[in-house]
Design a protein around this ligand. Structure first.
Ligand code: NDP
Length: 444
């Protein structure tokens, strides 16, 4: 057996009951085979892959807080600091009942390569809690965030580890967390990104992941001789990534016909009304069933099925493993030409393979949704400089970063005989930089 297979086997044995982490390691390492085979002796001696799949440290802690009835609740908090070979740990905090160590590790592992791909000096980390902000009052969210950061603060810092938002962690939560950090340490520093604009946040951070997804998709299509203008796009999710992906898609002349949340999905063949979607999700924090009140001709479907609609481009922007092999078959049957992942690992491995085998252009999340973390890194730069750039400055840097990412992954795929395979290209391009940095820095 080769080195890659040995390490995958070891990861599964050493980390039982972490299927998402196994999946992420498999996906990355299998696509690195060409590079690993070419350097096998050196990498084995250095135990490079063994070091890469073992986080620098994983922190797990109790988060007690008092709900509105006076009852004490206890959640579990996590921060996995995976790899800081090229910069301070950087990655979001996920607040969702499904969160466990394996999910945080899968996200932290992917983050190493994504952050490397941005071309900016940021390492990989991820964190979160099984706390569910849905249905909680502002006071309850504040109580949770205060308790969470009163432990987390020991492990983070502007040059050490800089957390950000993710599912369930938006501007409100980052504000409460930043406030707690500042109170405990007395230090006003860029320790979180996604901050409010009046206290160190960056313009265009809110839009960055969704906008970046479209910039990369547009470049991938252009490179393959296709114009995004006039295309029909199916988007899943109705959160931060989905909303701004939909907004940019419309600005580029495409028509977005779907959105979804964890209960169901909407189909609006004339094009989703983004202002209505934003009001429902960002202001009212309500369910998508509300959408029909704004657009009576739209359709609402309970449960799954979003990928059965006719579309040219599919942008999964909700959560992991939401696009399965059956969905991939439906997309191909309906003539879909491109899939780009706004969410992290939304496409299962077999679905990815099926799409690629059927000639669908496929941009993996670690490249396609890297605009969020790239703009977070730009927020860190602005904080260090004590300056604020305009929306246009940040947006144009973001656009350039996404275009560069596409060409880097295209080039890496071509160099290793996998032209057009952007999964392989993204993993190789992200890995090469981290591997070189690790080897140069000795045995850590
Ligand atoms: P939000 O919390 O803003 O939105 C998530 C959306 O996905 C909501 O509509 C939510 O519905 C839906 N959703 C969540 N879990 C499930 C589920 N199990 N089944 C079906 N739908 C679900 O998160 P973001 O938009 O920030 O993140 C979405 C994805 O993008 C995640 O994978 C995240 O890791 C990734 N990402 C986010 C970045 C960012 O900058 N925000 C950066 C890079 C990646 P409901 O409201 O019902 O829960």
């Amino acid at each position: 057996m080769g080195y890659v297979d040995d390490v995958i086997k070891m990861v599964i044995k050493k980390n039982p009951a972490e299927p998402e982490f196994h999946q992420a390691v498999k996906e990355v390492l299998e696509s690195l085979r060409a590079v690993v085979d070419a350097n096998e002796e050196k990498y084995r001696r250095e135990a490079l892959l063994e070091r890469l799949v073992e986080p620098d440290r994983q922190i797990k802690f109790r988060v007690p807080w008092v709900d509105d009835r006076g009852q004490v609740q206890v959640n579990t908090g996590y921060r996995v600091q995976f790899n800081n070979a090229i910069g301070p740990y950087k990655g979001g905090l996920r607040l969702h009942p499904s969160v466990n160590l394996g999910i945080i590790k899968f996200l932290g592992f992917e983050q190493i390569f994504k952050n490397s791909l941005t071309g900016l000096p940021i390492g990989g980390g991820k964190g979160g809690s099984d706390f569910d902000p849905k249905g909680k009052s502002d006071r309850e969210v504040l109580a949770f965030c205060t308790s969470f950061v009163s432990e987390l603060y020991k492990y983070i810092g502007a040059d050490v580890d800089v957390p950000a938002g993710d599912i369930g962690t938006g501007a409100r939560e980052i504000g409460y967390m930043f406030g707690t950090y500042k109170k405990i340490t007395g230090s006003f520093e860029g320790v979180f990104t996604g901050k409010g604009l009046t206290y160190g946040g960056s313009l265009a951070r809110t839009e960055a992941t969704g906008y970046g997804l479209l910039y990369l998709t547009q470049e991938m299509l252009k490179f393959n001789g296709i114009d995004i203008k006039g295309k029909t796009i199916a988007i899943s999710g109705a959160g931060n990534v989905a909303i701004y992906a939909a907004q940019k898609a419309e600005q580029l002349g495409a028509t977005v016909v779907t959105a979804s949340d964890s209960n169901g999905w909407i189909y609006d063949p004339e094009g989703i009304d983004i202002a209505a979607l934003r009001e429902i999700k960002e202001v009212k924090r309500a369910r998508l069933t509300e959408y029909k009140k704004y657009r009576p001709k739209s359709e609402y479907y309970e449960g799954k099925g979003i990928w059965t609609v006719q579309c040219d481009i599919a942008l999964p922007c909700a959560t992991q493993n939401e696009l399965t092999i059956e969905d991939a078959k439906a997309l191909v049957a309906n003539g879909c030409i491109a899939v780009a992942e706004g969410a992290n690992m939304p496409t299962t491995l077999d679905a990815t393979q099926f799409l690629q085998e059927h000639g669908v252009l496929f941009a993996p999340g670690k490249a396609a949704n890297a605009g969020g973390v790239a703009t977070s890194a730009l927020e860190m730069t602005q904080n260090s400089e004590r300056l604020s750039w305009t929306f246009e400055e940040v947006d144009s840097k973001l656009q350039q970063i996404m275009v560069n990412i596409f060409h880097n992954i295209e080039d890496a795929a071509s160099r290793y005989n996998a032209k057009g395979n952007y999964v392989v290209g993204a993993n190789i391009a992200g890995f090469e930089k981290v591997a070189n940095a690790m080897i140069s820095q000795g045995i850590w």
